[in-house]
Ligand binder design. Sequence first.
Ligand code: PLP
Length: 376
Amino acid sequence: MAKFIPLSTPVFDENEKDNILNAISIGKLATSGDFIEGFEEAIQQRYQGIHASVLNSGTSAIHLALKLLGVVKGDEVMCQSLTFCATANPINYLGASPVFVDSEVNTWNICPENLSNAIQDRISKGKKPKAIIAVDLFGMPAKYDELTEISKNFNIPLIEDAAEAMGSSMNGRPCGTFGEFGIFSFNGNKIITTGGGGALLSANQKMVEKAKYYSIQARENYKYYVHNEVGFNYRMNNMSAAIGLAQIGKLDYKIEKRRSVYQHYQNLLSNIEGITFLDEPNGCFSNRWLSAILIDYKKTGFSNEDLRLALLNQNIESRYLWKPLHTQPSFKECLFYGNGVSENLFESGLCLPSSEDLSLLDQERMVDVIINLLNK
Ligand SMILES: Cc1ncc(COP(=O)(O)O)c(C=O)c1O
């Protein structure tokens, strides 16, 4: 059997091992310890003027952002449809409802025009949305010029789900900093990982302090355990932060590697009619967390599913784009504003292996699979 090529795998070196051994040797594995503060400081150093709270997942970060914005039972939250379910699930945790919005074709992220029309429609029905969640899919920044305008004009706060976009930027401004809150995920397959983990970001220090408080079961600073509010067990542990601190120092290198993987795919495949890539719109810089292509069946004679199966047959993992959430059974009651863009992307897109240590030879193996399909 040919060597297995995973979709996206983490890469570690001695730095992570040293930090983990250090955390073990001082017996600090839980939710207090120097690595937690150290990791937060490293994030804050990279994102000047921003405060960060590191948590046990990106999902927890979205949940806390919504809670801090005052989202409660019966509210509506505008949400990008083409994304992982974790973007929208926390809306439901709070008893609120997502209102899904379609993507546009230049970034695959939430369409500002559809969003604006949807908000006007909800307001006309007496349901002004409480928040907007935009996502930077596969590392590509959403259209923040328009989105921040919409957020300002309607006076509805924006949350940036930058789970996949650490290190990306738009017009020099880093992803994660565009909304009232931004979030990152450090899940196992992300550009940097802590095993499982996430971060909540905001320019509002008070809000970030409040998030930290909620993340430790809303424990009051008192001689015994006092809880004036209901909190969550969401704080990152010291072991994870030990890994995160080692990883963040290599973020730029990792981005460079992922971008060169993407570039190689483009060099190898762009002359094939019917295979297209998502170029960076003017001013956008993507970390290219995952390299994704669109396949035009009419031109190639094979679908994304045909390619996924052919790659699998060669022990190569690939993955569909996210299935739009408005088409998911778990969200079947939710409203949707759009015109088929996200469904079309889902039906023609495929994410190819994108790990930073992928060799050119491995990439050529995939191209061979594609050429074989074309010649069938
Ligand atoms: C777009 C998006 N949002 C949210 C999340 C949730 O992050 P986590 O898995 O750290 O909870 C992920 C990743 O898993 C994601 O890809």
